[in-house]
Design a protein around this ligand. Structure first.
Ligand SMILES: C[S@@+](CC[C@H](N)C(=O)[O-])C[C@H]1O[C@@H](n2cnc3c(N)ncnc32)[C@H](O)[C@@H]1O
Length: 183
């Protein structure tokens, strides 16, 4: 099974009609679309990306699939996501998806970075409901990717979060999926 499919089946365990979810790196919109279909019209997905191109891709995909009404898209750094969500949603989020790295169809030099990634993950955990989940996929092939994976791993371990890990394959430097559940 691909890591992204592992992540999706894990996310499904915590999301139902009407749930609230966040995609911290919406990119081409595939994860946002997946979440929007799970939460249905009664729920809401908040999607973030720093690139205008990613926001456009995501909006177009959601419109094509008639799921845009349950999604809000922000062209903002995910480190500031708490400034854009209603404050009463703190503790109410069922799932957060984070697919790190660069936009596959875009500029490969624009990547996520350890500082804002870890800041947003720490806040995301705070905003989860009990039993809520976060899936994080790290890639180590791009510049800064190894440092980012190390920073994520250290954050999880220092925070003593309940986490299961899956590896893309056995080769060193392959993608890693972290699946975190709030107790
Ligand atoms: C691997 S792609 C995401 C793929 C996406 N989840 C999908 O389903 O297509 C990573 C994305 O992270 C975005 N990104 C990089 N730094 C960011 C930041 N500080 N805040 C939000 N998004 C960021 C990039 O622009 C890129 O689109």
């Amino acid at each position: 099974m691909r890591l992204v499919d592992f992540a999706k089946s894990y996310i499904k365990s915590s999301v139902a009609d009407g749930s609230l979810c966040i995609d911290l790196t919406c990119g081409n919109g595939l994860d946002t679309l997946f979440l929007s279909k799970l939460v249905k019209k009664e729920g809401k997905v908040y999607a973030f990306d720093i690139q205008e191109q990613a926001v456009q891709f995501t909006r177009n995909l959601l419109m094509e699939h008639k799921c845009i009404s349950q999604v809000e898209i922000f062209q903002q750094c995910h480190g500031s996501f708490t400034e854009h969500l209603p404050q009463e949603l703190k503790g109410e989020i069922s799932a957060v998806m984070v697919n790190l790295g660069y936009l596959p169809k875009g500029n490969h030099l624009i990547t996520t970075n350890p500082r804002t990634t870890c800041a947003s993950l720490a806040k995301a955990y705070d905003w989860l409901s009990v039993n809520g989940v976060i899936s994080v996929i790290t890639y180590q092939g791009h510049e800064g990717g190894i440092e980012e994976n190390t920073a994520v791993k250290n954050l999880i371990s220092e925070s003593q979060w309940d986490c299961t890990t899956e590896f893309g394959n056995k080769k060193p430097g392959s993608p890693i999926l972290y699946m975190i559940r709030k107790k």
